[in-house]
Design a protein around this ligand. Structure first.
Ligand SMILES: Nc1ncnc2c1ncn2[C@@H]1O[C@H](COP(=O)(O)OP(=O)(O)O)[C@@H](O)[C@H]1O
Ligand SMILES: [Mg+2]
Length: 378
């Protein structure tokens, strides 16, 4: 698929922007702070309902405005669709498909598919577990948009369960009457049900992704691998060893683990078991990548994970748009060339760079200058 038109209103630095796009490579070039990333961030938002830079919507709305609109015309084979999202920080966002009446924002998932490479990706390797969880969950959702509902169920149940645990912790501390814990049993089941569905999808994803990531790493840094992706579950060995991997098996493991930590949970007032506490251990050769891999190796690892995501999504559905936000400047000449060759055949490749020279020669295509809030075809 590709985006044939992007239209923004009060998104980030843009009061308005209208950008007609072609398939193939398009580069956005301009000095720092001029709004290049803002453009591709908007496309990424349509694909994930989130930004790769911030976790809340407020910074996405132009300073002084009260809502932002992102609209895109999307072409997939012969078919063309119009998707529109209105961002209303603090209130519900709104969505439309083909100008029809409103749909839920999550109903637009799957229409725009992207794989976004950005300087922030280094955190996949070097950063906190939350970075890797977000990577997994975004990809799980891109593979299967119905997982957006499962994720939001999980978040909601987790929040409510934590509230309950907190009040149980308070009651204990103040020597009050201990609360009725049968309510907690019900929440355990809700948490385990949504949690198991998400966890089983993550496990399946990791198994499918590993050979693709390994191959991509070999292409970027020959002889440097192999890679290993090992799930680290807060529910323990049964998940990590692969003994429990179906939704049903994981459900039982989660319920059991919750019952074992209940006392601690009531003491601390938080949920200690579930996908929100998990991690993936990234291995390079025999060693964990985090803390051991060099800067260059960490970059190759992050790129390999993104390239693997691209291979996976295109093998399972519409080809995603490849977005390379300011990544070439971060790479040495060899990795730059290899990455450029690997992405060049993509149906649509959007590249941002501060200077023209940062865009590798094989990525020939349309050029836009981005400066002072204007996006101009060169
Ligand atoms: N909500 C906002 N309202 C107005 N301006 C914004 C908003 N968010 C970011 N900006 C501005 O956008 C610019 C950064 O744009 P960005 O696309 O990241 O630049 P670059 O071209 O370097 O990729 C900054 O100057 C910043 O002040
Ligand atoms: Mg930028």
């Amino acid at each position: 698929m590709h985006v044939s038109h992007l239209s923004l209103a009060d998104f980030r630095s843009y009061a308005r922007a209208e950008v007609a796009l072609d398939p193939g490579v398009t580069a956005f070039v301009g000095p720092n702070g001029q709004g290049k990333t803002n453009l591709v961030e908007a496309i990424g938002y349509l694909a994930t309902l989130g930004s790769h830079r911030v976790s809340s919507d407020a910074p996405l709305v132009r300073m002084g405005a009260d809502r932002a609109v992102i609209r895109a015309a999307v072409t997939q084979g012969e078919r063309s669709q119009l998707v529109e999202l209105e961002l209303n920080p603090g209130r519900a966002n709104r969505a439309r498909i083909n100008r029809s009446s409103q749909v839920r924002p999550r109903d637009v998932l799957g229409i725009v598919r992207t794989v976004l490479f950005a300087p922030e990706d280094l955190a996949l390797v070097k950063g906190d577990p939350g970075e890797r969880r977000r990577f997994l969950d975004e990809l799980v959702t891109a593979r299967s948009p119905r997982m957006a509902a499962v994720r939001s169920d999980y978040e909601r149940v987790l929040k409510q369960r934590n509230t309950l645990l907190k009040s149980a912790a308070m009651a204990r501390r103040h020597g009050g009457r201990s609360m009725d814990l049968s309510t907690l049993d019900v929440w355990d089941q809700h948490l385990a049900r949504a949690g198991a569905e998400l966890l089983a999808q993550r496990l399946d994803l990791i198994a499918t992704l590993l050979p693709l990531a390994d191959k991509a790493y070999e292409q970027l840094a020959p002889g440097g691998g192999p890679l290993g992706l090992a799930y680290r579950s807060s529910a323990g060995e049964a998940v990590d060893s692969g003994a429990a991997r179906t939704r049903e098996a994981v459900y039982e493991v989660l319920l059991d683990a919750l019952s074992q930590v209940r006392k601690q949970e009531i003491e601390r007032g938080v949920t200690l078991v579930g996908p929100h506490r998990d991690d993936v251990l990234l291995r390079l050769g025999e060693m964990p990548a985090k803390g051991y891999a060099s800067h260059g190796e960490s970059w190759s690892y992050a790129l390999a994970l993104r390239l693997a995501s691209y291979e996976l999504l295109r093998s399972e559905g519409a080809e995603p748009v490849l977005v390379l936000d300011d990544v070439f400047a971060e790479l040495d000449a060899r990795r730059r060339e290899r990455l450029a060759e690997l992405v060049a055949p993509g149906e649509q490749v959007l590249v941002t760079a501060a200077v023209e020279d940062d865009v590798p020669g094989v990525l020939v295509g349309a050029r836009f200058g981005v400066s002072g809030g204007e996006v101009t075809r060169l």
